[in-house]
Design a protein around this ligand. Sequence first.
Ligand SMILES: [Zn+2]
Length: 441
Amino acid sequence: MAREVGRFLQVAFSELRRQGRLDLEAIETAARAAMHRAGATALEHLLKESGPVPDALPCACGQKARYRQKRSRQLLTTVGPVRFERAYYCCDSCHQGQSPRDRELDIVGTEYSPGVRRMMAVVGSDASFDQGREQMQLLAGIEVTRKAVERQAEAIGSDIECRAQAAIRRAVQLDLPEVGGKDIPVLYIEMDGTGVPVTAAEPEGRQGKNGEPAHTREVKLGCVFTQTETGRDRCPVRDESSTTYAAAIETAEEFGRRMYSQAWERGWSRAAKKVIIADGAVWIWNIADREFPGATQIVDLYHAREHIWQLAGKLFATDERRRKRWAARMQSILDAGKIEALVKQLRAFPAPSLDIGDVLRTEAEYFERNRERMRYPAFRRQNFFVGSGVIEAACRTVIAKRLKQSGMFWTVRGANAIIALRCCRLNREFEDYWASRAEAA
Ligand SMILES: [Zn+2]
């Protein structure tokens, strides 16, 4: 270690003599590299397995693995590459090799230390894998490839998803511990779908929806949050840091179970009032009916208003004054929750063409189907939120910001791994996950 420091000082002083001034950034970078090399040397000493080792160990096949020799291996750590020796065992019967030291250090089957793997998971969940590689280099002085960041981030995301699946299975089998905690006056679930670009092989013949290009798959996204207080004018206030997310590219049925598991963990069973807010998508209300019976269902008011304004645009394409007047009138009927009256207006509207007649019918059906989810005055009397702003923001922050950058194409498996990792981090569960993982090793 002293040698590394000495060498560093030598370089710094000779630079100073040569240039007559100090280039701080060059020196701090060189100092960090020297400290890393010194640390790596210390690690090599610590990791080296010396002294007596057992002659044989149990093998997974039931037979014994016999000690063969000390084997050398390389590992990339947060202080750079290290090389060390550890005891290697091989089974006479099944020829499976093993090094107990690797298990102890949590480095079986990987060339990266736990510290480096955690860094790769964090940078790979926040930005593109190539930006992640750059950050590792700039921020930590560690050289890795773009592909390595991708592999490690996805491996950790997949492991997180595995655990989520185990929790979901327990939830489905009703094998759930009662979740204790303080009372929850109102618990909300919001759900939505958003497209993610996938590689050409992935869409499995699905057609693009909502004007998305065909090579997309829908990520189903949900969030859970609570409301304890109302603010000025009795407006609902979302509890700070109470929002958690769950998302995946999967069927509505699978996603329904995922949301059920998440809601249960958040205290669904002891919430005094339960509310589900979404746009009009049928799959969402199917989940609400199946997994969350008894919850108050609300169609996002702004989404419903949008239906009216878009319809008005078609009915009065060239007459702005009449368009605005008509839409404002319909909107006030909607806001008043008088959906039967609104549907009546739409059905009675004299359609100027067959096409517009179809549009009017579709819209009338939309409002009729969702009428009980549009009793806005009743919802407001209970101080409920009536907009799905939280899930719309989540579509951007959880999904779009990371997965919908231009030129990005995902496999379903890769996208789901990174989505699981992002949700875990946004839910403030990553540190616990990482700690429990080290304990299990
Ligand atoms: Zn064996």
